[in-house]
Design a protein around this ligand. Sequence first.
Ligand SMILES: Nc1nc2c(c(=O)[nH]1)N[C@H]1C(S)=C(S)[C@@H](COP(=O)(O)OP(=O)(O)OC[C@H]3O[C@@H](n4cnc5c(N)ncnc54)[C@H](O)[C@@H]3O)O[C@H]1N2
Ligand code: MOO
Length: 431
Amino acid sequence: MASPQPHGTSAEAEHRTEHQRHHAQHQARSVADHAAAVTALLEPLHSVHRTEKLPLADALGRGLVADVRAALSLPPFANSQMDGYAIRSVDVPDGGAELGIMPPVPAGASPAPLQPGMAAPIMTGAMLPAGADAVVPIERAVPDRFLPAAAQAKEHATVWLPPAAAGTFVRAAGSDVQAGATALAADTFLGPAQLGLLAALGIPDVTVYQAVTILLVTTGDEVVEPGRELPPGKIFDSNGTLLEAAMKQAGLHVRRAGIATDNPDALRTLLREEGAGTDLIVTTGGVSQGAYEVVRQAMADQPVEFLHVAMQPGGPQGIGTFEGRPFLGFPGNPVSCLVSFEMFLRPVLAALLGAPAPRLPVRARLSQPLTSPGHKHQVRRGTLKADGTVELQGGESSHLMHALAGSNVLVHVPEGVAVLAAGAEVEVWML
Ligand SMILES: Nc1nc2c(c(=O)[nH]1)N[C@H]1C(S)=C(S)[C@@H](COP(=O)(O)OP(=O)(O)OC[C@H]3O[C@@H](n4cnc5c(N)ncnc54)[C@H](O)[C@@H]3O)O[C@H]1N2
Ligand code: MOO
């Protein structure tokens, strides 16, 4: 957390030194406080006016708007967990018993009640006949094969079965979910398992939050589209592809507007024209202290704040609205902009709209020591191994795209921690 702003009477404030004033102005905002600011900016997206009803398969990766109650129990009826014989457990004493055989019960049938002293051949998933309370798997029966229909049709066909306690290999009605229970809570992320549950409950479509549409603009006179010629002093645009892919993978809709040059008027025109109909503008670059900070310049007359978050990488950030449209200005370094997305945009949208899914935080042990600026939350990149150790990839610098590409986790070193030894436990987020 950021240290509290100095306060006191205005007379006391006047006595503050120039240095103190300068320091207060440049005090970094904590990660939590910036996440709260991003939440406040995007809160309007959490609205009943931004929901839609979709067939299940189209709702993959969205957030559920309201609780879903189970209209039926799952399983809806007691059924067999094995191919075998349905019995009344009291009919088979400890030493086993020879029982008469009733007509078989295939899955999908609604069987007649089980007569006392009889066994019904039953298939996995088939409804247990009334009166039956246990199933003996076919391989424990003698004979251990189902009789052919003709033999079974013969009168007095019998099978020897060992005893089975009541409930053996029976899947009780409602053992998964009870009718009337909350099957899924509002804001649940809808992955395959959640959609599968809705299907199991017989629900064909579901009300979800609309996908967020983002205008993504990368900036910089030095940045060239991949595939073009690379003049001296220029670099290829990696941020555009990196963030577009991250956003798409998170289920967001992305509109790319090419690369904006370091001309603020051109950038304003582009944001105005391309931003129409989008929920959020995200830019990369042009937010720090340089002489040609195009994003800062383009936002000069807009309610946009440029500040420093106590985080490395991803320290310089812009936040506000451009002509009323929510705006986030991520820093230009590739790792910085991805970390900004993972630290702010993904978790804030996940909390507001149930999607995208938040990153899975796990505890891991460092395989080597590290140092971190104690006054910042550091985000390193690493490889989580099967033995629960994490190996850092590359240093802390935010231009290390190759090291990022070799990583599968973000490694968190919280504010206040300056040194960690090999073997120290850290939180990592699975990418
Ligand atoms: N005097 C200061 N200088 C810098 C500070 C600071 O606090 N004081 N902060 C540094 C940090 S930290 C970062 S992060 C960057 C952020 O700078 P900008 O957001 O203004 O970004 P640029 O200057 O435009 O670019 C930074 C870096 O990233 C490269 N870049 C930019 N766009 C792309 C792209 N689309 N694809 C690939 N690489 C890109 C760019 O060439 C620069 O190397 O500022 C530091 N400076
Ligand atoms: O925030 Mo900058 O991202 O440290 O490199």
